[in-house]
Design a protein around this ligand. Sequence first.
Ligand code: ATP
Ligand code: MG
Length: 349
Amino acid sequence: ATAARKSLTIGLIPADGIGKEVIPAARTAIEALGSDIPTPKFVDLIAGFETFTRTGVALPEETVEVLKNDCDCALFGSVSSPSKKVVGYSSPIVALRKILDLYANIRPVVSVSPNPNEPSKVDMIVVRENTECLYVKQEQLTVGEHGKEARATRLITERASTRIGKMAFELALARPRKHLTVIHKSNVLSVTDGLFRESIRAIPLQDTRFEAVTVAEQLVDSAVYRLFREPQIYDVMVAPNLYGDILSDAAAALVGSLGVVPSVNAGDEFVMGEPVHGSAPDIFGQGIANPVASIRSAALMLRHLGYIEAAKRIDNAVDSVLREGQLLTPDLGGTAKTREVTEAIAKRI
Ligand code: ATP
Ligand code: MG
């Protein structure tokens, strides 16, 4: 599919806060690739809390239509979450994941080693199921004999577990270590987590390519413990939505600033890069937001589309700027501006 494209149409949705500062940086990095990818065409799109306050909708119909009909992929910045519940507002990113069926959240967490020949201490990918589990948001509050009772439904399906599992196997297969850890808690939740685990166990029985991947299973509590004690044991981790949410933030803490951790939301038809951080109102407007998470999200998006060499060129340029340590934004202890870091990376690409 990648060879057939003459051009690559990329939707850009900076949304709120520092999204407006870091998405242009990702665009600059993609433009620096030159002929390594089909000629990129960028389409500017709006969404977010600011869009909501201006127009009354957080995710305009037109943004959705353009993404669906014209774009091969997209980059999303960040949305500011209102501190109080605002009537009529709901997160556009959550809606987009649903509308575009982006069922996987893929978050590589990598530390940059000081010496380019030394392996990274932390080098893993957390793959989180993005559509079900407790996040189906079916909650009820009732009053029983002893007072209030709250219940939530946890949905795990074979279909969703299998497709997230396949995505995780594919990612593991493409990596040198080819190791997959399945996260669950089926000693307690034997029905729901049991189904998640069984669905994933069945995958290599149906597709023999995946026999090359070694598989470990781990209880989520012990996974968190070992993540902090010996992160080097992990290569690819796959988890249901809630555990994956917690694990992917915990893993991000292993590599310092939120400003360096990228992600993609991926489905079978579409992929959307998204830096892990929020809109960072505390630093917005100062031109000091770290563009690395956003630039690496662009690389991850291109990798997912099959442009592996282009992705590597972006990542190598980022690694070399970080390793050199001359141009770092304040979150990494430096004094550089977003623009300076972006230019240095683009030059190396
Ligand atoms: P939101 O409600 O949008 O999530 P927040 O206040 O939680 O906003 P985050 O964006 O989640 O802010 O960031 C948490 C902290 O990390 C903030 O202090 C922010 O300045 C910092 N931070 C996040 N992203 C970056 C970045 N790209 N560069 C520098 N610092 C960042
Ligand atoms: Mg936040």
